[in-house]
Design a protein around this ligand. Structure first.
Ligand code: ADP
Ligand code: ADP
Length: 234
């Protein structure tokens, strides 16, 4: 089952083309790794998948990106809703300056999710492999957690609103090896129920966890006077 279909996508920042001619599919229950050298447009492409690129005024997206067969860039689609539904985890853990509980409860409250909030929070923290570590300190500020715990909290925060896909932009680059391993194990567990798209420049990590890989490369564009832009070779 295809979650995303990316067809001839391109992104420019102002006049500068960052990526061009990108086509690949992202499937349910897969970990899809986007790998390639720095600056080839992996983060740029990832940000297109939850319309986070809309937050960069100079960015313009071309081509077609389908999410469950629907055009993600159709005029009727509200990018703010898309960002709420499809969360992203970043290199640097970015919990809200709130309690552990409120970090998880924030999204479900905004979306008006039905059911007991305590249960929603517990379920998300269990899915994020964090419940046992934090169940007795839910009211404590998230900044008191270790870096690895904060990152799993950010993952659990995305999971709380029941998405079917999670986007991760180098989620382990700022973490120690043990925390990294925990998150890699977590990703392998999560793909039973979600599809995961991860930007990494760690080939070993990609080999360990990914089912599919989109290799990005940088190419020269003769038509654009020899400028460089990213492209996917599969
Ligand atoms: P990667 O994730 O592969 O390192 P990026 O997507 O961050 O690559 O960057 C791809 C290209 O787009 C680079 O040339 C980068 O300088 C440019 N770029 C990225 N973000 C912006 C931005 N907000 N404004 C202008 N140019 C950007
Ligand atoms: P705004 O409504 O001001 O445009 P957004 O809804 O796009 O703000 O979100 C702002 C920040 O909060 C983003 O970094 C986004 O990833 C994060 N965020 C928003 N909603 C959620 C949520 N439900 N779960 C996790 N993170 C969220």
């Amino acid at each position: 089952e295809k979650v995303f279909e990316i067809k001839d996508a391109s992104v420019a920042y102002g006049g500068a083309t960052a990526v061009k001619g990108i086509s690949f599919d992202i499937f349910k229950n897969d970990v899809t790794a986007l790998i390639g050298p720095s600056g080839c447009g992996k983060s740029t492409l990832l940000r297109c998948l939850n319309r986070m690129n809309d937050l960069i005024p100079s960015a313009s997206v071309g081509g077609t990106i389908l999410y469950h067969g629907q055009d993600l860039y159709a005029p009727k689609v509200d990018p703010v809703q898309v960002r709420k539904m499809i969360g992203m985890v970043f290199q640097k853990p970015n919990p809200f300056p709130k309690s552990i509980y409120d970090n998880i409860a924030f999204g479900p409250r905004v979306l008006g999710m039905k059911g007991s909030m305590d249960e929603i929070v517990e379920r998300a923290l269990r899915r994020g492999a964090l419940w046992d570590e934090v169940k007795d300190r839910l009211k404590e500020n998230a900044f008191g957690m270790s870096g690895g715990q904060q990152q799993r909290l950010c993952i659990a925060r995305c999971l709380a609103i029941e998405p079917d896909v999670i986007l991760m932009d180098e989620p382990c680059s700022a973490l120690d090896p043990i925390s990294t391993h925990k998150i890699e194990d977590l990703m392998l567990e999560l793909k039973e129920n979600y599809s995961i798209v991860i930007v990494t420049h760690n080939m070993q990590q990609a080999a360990r966890i990914s089912d599919r890989t989109a290799f990005f490369t940088v190419e020269l564009d003769d038509e654009a006077g020899g400028k460089r832009h990213g492209r996917v070779v599969e």
